[in-house]
Design a protein around this ligand. Structure first.
Ligand code: DX5
Ligand code: ZN
Length: 218
């Protein structure tokens, strides 16, 4: 059995009590922090100063998901802040290879995200530049949306490409992950799962993490 990673998204947490909310997920692998700029996506969350405070009090490493325009300009600052993992959107980067190298050079794991309708194939040759590929399973911007099954073939193609080339790249999925959909995503080849409402909407967030980890580990 391969144990998967569960990264709860604090987008569904109580933003006024983030420190207490973070303590509820100390059994998670990382905490997924959604940065939105009201430009790349039609929603606004937080910027680097808030992310740095979250990092200071979090019991687990940070996995930043930058849903922001002009990623080439802003993403390196998140790596400079010492975040474990920084994921930018391919659609928001002019020079994704250069950006991924900059993130790694600054000590972060480099992640690249694809919106549901963005094809994987133009990016296959840059897989060795990445530590993680994030395949969005909803349109980015909001928590609580339904999982898009149309993304499953892309997850399968990504898994096949990674196995075929022997690179060590995690496949993260984000959006609509529940104890039910996580099984389909895992069978398709994902191994890092973001869950917002399924964790913070549960009566017992840490129990929900354990149940998701069990369901998503094949
Ligand atoms: C959506 C965000 C997600 C979101 C997931 O744009 O990137 O991380 O919080 O929320 P759920 O798990 O509720 O779909
Ligand atoms: Zn996210």
């Amino acid at each position: 059995m391969t144990q998967c990673c569960i990264n709860p998204s604090i987008l569904s947490a109580d933003f006024v009590n983030l420190e207490a909310e973070l303590q509820k997920i100390s059994n998670a692998d990382s905490v997924h922090v959604d940065v939105m700029d009201n430009h790349f996506v039609p929603n606004l969350t937080m910027g680097l100063p808030v992310v740095q405070r979250i990092q200071a009090v979090s019991p687990v490493p940070l996995d930043a998901h930058l849903m922001i325009s002009d990623a080439d300009r802003w993403a390196p600052g998140y790596a400079d802040a010492g975040l474990a993992s920084v994921t930018f959107h391919a659609e928001a980067s002019i020079a994704p290879v250069k950006l991924a190298r900059e993130l790694r050079a600054r000590g972060a794991k480099a992640g690249m995200a694809l919106r549901p309708a963005t094809a994987l194939e133009p990016y296959l040759d840059m897989l060795p530049e990445l530590d993680m590929l994030l395949i969005m399973t909803v349109e980015p911007g909001f928590g609580g949306q339904a999982f898009l099954d149309l993304t499953l073939p892309k997850i399968r193609r990504a898994r096949a490409a990674i196995e075929g080339s022997g690179v060590n790249v995690a496949i993260q999925v984000d959006g609509g992950i529940t104890e039910e959909t996580i099984v389909r995503a895992a069978e398709a080849g994902a191994n890092v799962f973001v869950a917002g409402s399924a964790v913070y909407g549960a009566a017992d967030p840490s129990g929900a993490i354990d149940r998701l980890r069990k369901a998503g580990s094949l």
